[in-house]
Ligand binder design. Structure first.
Ligand code: HEM
Length: 386
């Protein structure tokens, strides 16, 4: 209750401040105001302010100082709010029975990624699908059990989730080191962070201390996860529903810079798209041709293509340049550029990689705090309630 009020109280200033961040503040400069965003670094050590060459006047300099202060404040307010709402802390297990927890997750994940790079994307997606349904509580990992209704895993948007065996392996290693201590929900949050850095993206201090939930419903997953065929407005609403902003929706969609999709997720853009167009006119013609080769009308349902055809397994901002070039794979991707509501932010992400990496890290922390449960259990097996 108190938390809800706190959020309501700052929603508008935060929104305004975020706009401020997008428009006026270079990610390089933000680096100086934050702590350990490893990828979000100031490459040239320069002043980092766009238009700084005009900033010799005292008034302009003062304005810049104020802007820097606002940026620092916004970052700290966001992090503080997340902590209050979620009761999560960075390094929770260092004080709570498993100091090696994060290292163990990283070790098992690193070995798995060395065997198969594509598993990194799947772990990142698992955390997203977990957080959007029942909050970040490991509910997506629960297997169907006799006497319980169908679980999230059985929902249509979750058919293509992968990585459950890897989560089991991580959990097993953790159970050996510190039994019944680390939640499955935290495993997903830590692994998502490491999946990004192991794919060449940034890193961030991950907040932990989540409890595992006992409710997992297919119907909820089908109602709450964002649909692939919808426009920016619908996507935005799904994110607002869980307390994330439109800009965070655009920022987090950049996760589609790695990983892959099955033909069924975009084939409606290739064939019988509308009464007027057989192929979606928002799809680059050459790219559409390649997609049709990979996914003919009678495609094999197991066929997958990269979400980012240019740098498929590199966690970079190429996803957004692809959108500018009409090479977004799914309708939910291309709409971020074709819809005027979201075009500005999506183009900014294409133009400024450091800024996007910074915003992505911040948005992941916010997503990781969705509806975190104070009550709950530490599952012994991520697939089963205790
Ligand atoms: C904005 C709304 C979103 C929609 C509609 C959406 C939808 C999808 C779809 C349909 C796929 C391909 C599934 C398949 O055909 O196999 C996919 C893959 C993926 N999504 Fe999203 N997604 C969204 C946002 C996000 C977010 C916020 C993240 C993470 C922060 C994310 C991470 C991923 C990843 C990494 C993959 C590749 C998975 C793999 O290779 O196994 N997505 N998404």
């Amino acid at each position: 209750m108190e938390v809800g009020l706190l959020f309501t109280g700052v929603a508008l200033p935060l929104e305004a401040a975020q706009n401020h961040l997008e428009k006026d503040i270079s990610a390089k400069q933000l680096k100086h105001n934050s702590t350990s965003w490893s990828k979000v670094t100031c490459i040239n050590g320069g002043d980092g302010w766009s238009g700084s060459r005009h900033s010799t006047e005292r008034g302009r300099a003062m304005e810049l100082v104020v802007r820097k202060a606002v940026a620092a404040l916004v970052v700290s307010v966001v992090v503080t709010l997340v902590r209050v709402e979620a009761q999560l802390v960075v390094g929770y297990y260092e004080q709570n029975g498993c100091p090696m927890a994060e290292e163990i997750v990283k070790k098992v994940l690193t070995a798995a990624v060395a065997r198969d790079q594509s598993i990194a994307a799947s772990l990142l997606r698992l955390h997203f699908h977990d957080c959007f349904v029942q909050g970040c509580d490991g509910s997506v990992l629960l297997d169907p059990q006799n006497g319980f209704p169908a679980t999230e895993k059985q929902a249509v948007p979750n058919f293509s989730l992968r990585g459950y065996n890897l989560v089991d392996a991580i959990k097993q290693a953790l159970e050996q080191a510190c039994p019944e201590t680390v939640s499955c929900a935290d495993i997903l949050a830590i692994a998502a962070r490491d999946a990004v850095s192991l794919s060449g993206g940034g890193t961030w201090p991950v907040e932990t201390g989540r409890r595992d939930g006992v409710i997992s419903l297919r119907t909820e997953a089908e109602n709450l996860l964002p649909p692939t065929n919808e426009n920016s407005e619908v996507l935005t609403q799904r994110f607002l529903d869980v307390g994330l902003t439109q800009d965070e929706m655009i920022t987090l969609s950049g996760a589609h810079t790695i990983g892959r999709a099955h033909c069924v997720s975009f084939s409606q853009r290739l064939y019988n798209f509308s009464p007027e167009f057989d192929t979606d006119p928002n799809l680059d013609a050459a790219y559409a041709g390649k997609l049709k080769q990979a996914c003919p009308r009678n495609f094999d349902p197991r066929t997958v293509v990269p979400l980012d055809p240019v740098t498929p397994s590199q966690f970079d901002n190429r996803y957004y340049s692809n959108l500018v070039n009409n090479m977004g794979l799914m309708i939910s991707d291309q709409t971020l550029h074709s819809d005027m509501l979201t075009q500005f932010s999506s183009e900014s992400n294409a133009e400024d990689e450091n800024m996007w990496q910074f915003k992505f890290a911040n948005a992941m922390v916010r997503m990781g705090a969705i509806n975190v449960k104070a009550e709950g259990e530490i599952r012994k097996n991520c697939r089963l309630r205790n």
